[in-house]
Design a protein around this ligand. Structure first.
Ligand code: RB5
Length: 148
């Protein structure tokens, strides 16, 4: 199960990604927003990310205008590793090396075709573990107030 959310700027892209996930048979929970009326992205990021950290969803896909604001908000949720991506390599390797659990994209940055490809590779690429696990653990040690 995937959580998906956006603000108003990301709303059209979220709807395209929903169509793509439906075609691919990927189940998702839409955490809003439901129109292009202006809203603030942080609450939508939080709602989707809490579905990941609770275990209800495996990953989340978030959209705003740039992908940046919503990724910043997502990364404030404990346990979230959100990556703002606009190229294939980054969307793939943030899974392989960072075990990212949230993909963020900018509706004013990339088109729907690329966004769906990035979503696909993000959802279907495994974390490599090994030395990368140690590095991911260090990210969460910082989150827990540890000095590295
Ligand atoms: C909304 O206008 C815009 O600021 C927002 O979608 C996002 O791009 C912020 O990072």
């Amino acid at each position: 199960m995937i959580a998906i959310a956006s603000d108003h700027a990301g709303y059209p892209l979220k709807e395209e990604i929903k169509k793509y996930l439906t075609e691919k048979g990927v189940e998702f929970i839409d955490c809003g927003t439901d129109s292009d009326a202006s809203v603030d992205y942080a609450a939508f990021a939080q709602k989707a990310c809490l579905k990941v950290t609770s275990g209800e969803c495996d990953k989340a896909v978030l959209c705003c205008g740039t992908g940046i604001g919503i990724s910043m908000a997502a990364n404030k949720v404990k346990g979230i590793r959100a990556a703002c991506c606009s190229d294939y390599f980054s969307a793939k390797f943030t899974r392989v090396h960072n075990d990212a659990n949230v993909l963020c994209m900018g509706a004013r940055v990339i088109g729907a075709g690329l966004a769906c490809e990035l979503t696909d590779v993000f959802l279907n690429t495994e974390f490599e573990g090994g030395r990368h696990q140690r590095r991911v653990d260090q990210i969460h040690a910082i989150e827990n107030g540890e000095i590295l």
